[in-house]
Design a protein around this ligand. Sequence first.
Ligand code: FES
Length: 163
Amino acid sequence: NIVLPLGNGFNLPEKPQKTLLVGGGVGVAPLLYLGKKLKENGSEVVFLLGARSASDLMQIACFEEFGKVLITTEDGSEGERGFVTQHSVWQNNFDKIFSCGPTPMMKAVAKLAQEKEIDCEVSLENTMACGLGACLCCVTDTKEGHKCVCTDGPVFNIKELKW
Ligand code: FES
């Protein structure tokens, strides 16, 4: 059985924007559909995907259908060596950043976005059991108190979070 839809999603901009989509690990996957929707609304899409090594990167051609793909790997086997936050693309300006991946990565992305005063949404990967707001195992601390990532998220604007 499947229960859907649950939670919220990324907010698509009303007007076309220059967007940077930053993903790491399994967090790369949801950025593909987001990139497709952003391209459909006329936005410029740049994917910045991070992995430990080239062998951890999958289906890059699918992402290239919707935007420019930039890569960082920790061992330097593909793209620029290092973490996504160290990529040279950060020298450019963007209207909006979307991110999904490990929490330390998203926190580092959020810090850069704050420094550059770029609006930023992140999709949290907290552990979830029920998905319906009943078990409270997924709560995250926000400026308005604890919120369930499964029902109030998983997408939050970084302005809402206590990061
Ligand atoms: Fe149970 Fe969120 S997963 S309350």
